[in-house]
Structure formats: structure tokens, C-alpha cells
Design a protein around this ligand. Structure first.
Ligand code: ADP
Ligand code: MG
Length: 333
């Protein structure tokens, strides 16, 4: 057996896999990175941590962890309408495991290349497995998609097919959105597990919506919980028809109506976008979505009130037992 690699060898393994960008004057290797921000644009910064046992089960493949650690941060940039540029990575590992690191980098680097984001620095330490990424991007002044911009009468939209990742969790034996069991064929199981393992951050869609949508958030904790953030920040209520939510074929085949509503309205981890926009922008948004290759669906409207107002197809109030994941909530520790 070869000796465990030292910190510098690990960092060198990381450095070899980095995407090259012209605006990185000095990347990994010095005391800090030296970067050339484009003139006239606003810097958007996001940070998200993944802890073993909290954000992913202990046996999760390293490549899936690498993908997800970057995906959740790209999703935050997307939700702001920002174009990704740079990221940093703080990696805490119980031991210097080069094979694990290479697997991690397979997932991380594949997604980084897809979105042209350069890893420009970080920190490597010994400790419980934990991955923290910061992502940096740019948006034109006044064009960022904020939570506080929804206006009365706006349409409420979602991208993709929410609920798949939560279904993937349930199939992996972890209850989500109050659902602890669903039945799925092997093929559907694989499709739903993949949606959980490899969320696709809606980067191109978010950037296209900048300056068009009035507000936006990415759905990490559950559609209703996250939509309520827009509602509260904007002083309005997002009325959402839980029967208008588009379901993937795999989810539709695997869940009855009640289960599907719960997973789609209250399940997290999809990293789709929920946004509001004026009715006058409908055609433009449909065209953008086609161009980005991401389906978008109108699922409600912005009304007077505060937070979120879930309704069924008949317009009757619909309330799940729990609306989304919250760290430190008494029943989720
Ligand atoms: P210092 O002791 O000056 O903080 P380090 O030895 O921690 O330097 O890091 C050396 C270089 O390697 C720095 O440029 C740092 O940003 C980079 N680096 C360290 N760990 C990582 C990592 N996990 N991912 C990316 N870059 C890293
Ligand atoms: Mg350091």
C-alpha cells in the first residue's frame, strides 16, 4: 500500500482538474486568488455546506457528493440570475484518501466544465467529512432576481418537474415531506434516484430570466417553503395550484395523488427555480425556456396576503402537515 498523500499532493490533484478562465489572474497555489471582475457588473456570492450524515447519507458515492456540492451553489447563482465565474472549496476529510478525492473531483469537475466555473482556491483540512463551496458570479446592475420583487398579479412559475428528488429520497429509505413509502419500477427508481444524486442547476434559465422575472428562488427546501420566502419578502401571497405542478413520468407512475402533491409541494432537493413574472412576459419566458431546454410551467399567481397559499385544482385550500425542511426543527434532528 502506498503512503497516504499529504495535503500538498491532495491540492495538486485538485489543481490539475480546474477549468481554465481568462479572468483568473492567479488561481490555486498562492496565498489567495487574484481575479479580474468584468467592469460594470455586480458580483454575486453564494455559499453552501454539505455535511456527511446531514445533507447526504454516509455511503454516498464521492462523485455524487462532488457534483452536488457545486450544484447547490450554482443553483443559488441561477436563482439570482447570475452567470457563474469562480468558486472556492473547503474540504474537510477524516483521512487523506486520494481515491475518494479523485471520485469527488469527477463529479465536481464535470459540472464545473458544463458551467465554465473555475475553482480558484480553498482549504483542505482533517475532520469529519464536510464540503463547503462558495460560488461567485456576475449580473448586470438592477437585473438580479431577488426574493422581494414579486408584484400583485404576477404569474408564479416553476421549472422542471418538482418532487422527483424527494421521491428518490423516499425510495432510498429516508422519509420526505411526510411520505415514507412509495412503490416504483426499477426503471423509475433509477430515474428518481438520479434526480436526487445529480440535480441540474438551472443556470442558463436563471441568467435568461434576469431583468425579466420580478422575483426568483431555487427550490432546495420544498416548493411551498421556498415560495413562502418570496411571498414574505415581497409582502404578498403566492397562490400555488398543487395540481398544476408538472410531474415527471416516473413520479406520476410511482405516486397516488396525495403522495404526489406532498412530494411536489413539500419535498426539497430538486433545485428547480420558482419565479414570478408579469403576464406580459409569458411568451418571452416560454421562448427562453425552449432555448435553455428546460420546461417551465405556470402554477399560480401572486395575490394579496403573506407567504404562500396552496390550493387544489378546484381552488380549495390544501395544507400539507409540513411545508419543507428546516435545520434545527424539533422533529428533524
Ligand atoms: P495557506 O496556508 O496560505 O492558506 P494552503 O496550503 O491552505 O495555503 O493552500 C495552498 C493553495 O491551495 C491556496 O492557493 C489555496 O487556495 C489552495 N487550496 C487549498 N485547498 C484547496 C481546495 N480544497 N480546493 C482548492 N484549492 C485549495
Ligand atoms: Mg489555507
Amino acid at each position: 500500500m502506498s503512503a497516504a498523500p499529504g495535503e500538498f499532493e491532495l491540492i495538486e490533484r485538485i489543481r490539475r482538474r480546474v477549468v481554465a478562465r481568462g479572468d483568473v489572474v492567479l488561481g490555486i497555489g498562492d496565498d489567495a486568488a487574484l481575479l479580474a471582475p468584468p467592469p460594470g457588473r455586480q458580483l454575486v456570492v453564494a455559499m453552501d455546506t454539505l455535511n456527511a450524515g446531514v445533507h447526504f447519507p454516509l455511503g454516498t458515492p464521492a462523485a455524487d457528493i462532488g457534483w452536488k456540492a457545486l450544484a447547490v451553489n450554482l443553483s443559488d447563482l441561477a436563482a439570482m440570475g447570475a452567470a457563474p465565474a469562480w468558486c472556492t472549496l473547503s474540504l474537510s476529510m477524516p483521512e487523506a484518501d486520494a481515491r475518494w478525492l479523485d471520485g469527488f473531483l469527477d463529479g465536481f469537475s464535470m459540472l464545473a466544465a458544463m458551467h465554465d466555473i473555475a475553482l480558484v482556491g480553498g482549504d483542505t483540512t482533517r475532520g469529519p467529512l464536510s464540503v463547503c463551496v462558495t460560488a461567485h458570479g456576475f449580473v448586470g446592475p438592477g437585473r438580479a432576481l431577488r426574493r422581494d420583487g414579486a408584484r400583485l398579479g404576477d404569474d408564479v412559475w416553476v421549472s422542471g418537474t418538482p418532487g422527483d428528488a424527494a421521491a428518490g429520497l423516499v425510495l432510498a429509505g429516508i422519509a420526505a415531506a411526510g411520505v415514507d413509502r412509495i412503490e416504483a419500477s426499477t426503471e423509475d427508481r433509477d430515474a428518481l434516484a438520479f434526480r436526487l444524486a445529480r440535480p441540474q442547476p438551472r443556470v442558463a434559465l436563471g441568467a435568461a430570466l434576469a431583468g425579466v422575472a420580478h422575483s426568483c428562488i431555487d427550490i432546495s427546501d420544498g416548493l411551498l417553503a421556498d415560495a413562502a420566502h418570496i411571498g414574505r419578502a415581497s409582502g404578498a401571497a403566492l397562490r400555488i395550484d398543487v395540481d398544476a405542478l408538472p410531474a415527471s413520468a416516473a413520479l406520476a407512475r410511482s405516486a397516488d395523488t396525495d403522495t404526489r402533491r406532498l412530494l411536489q409541494a413539500a419535498g426539497g432537493d430538486d433545485y428547480e427555480l420558482c419565479f414570478t413574472a408579469p403576464a406580459s412576459a409569458r411568451d418571452a419566458i416560454d421562448a427562453m425556456a425552449r432555448e435553455c431546454g428546460v420546461p417551465v410551467t405556470r402554477v399560480g399567481d401572486v395575490t394579496a396576503g403573506e407567504g404562500v397559499r396552496p390550493v387544489d385544482a378546484e381552488g380549495r385550500h390544501w395544507q400539507p402537515a409540513r411545508t419543507g425542511y428546516q435545520h434545527f426543527a424539533a422533529d428533524q434532528r
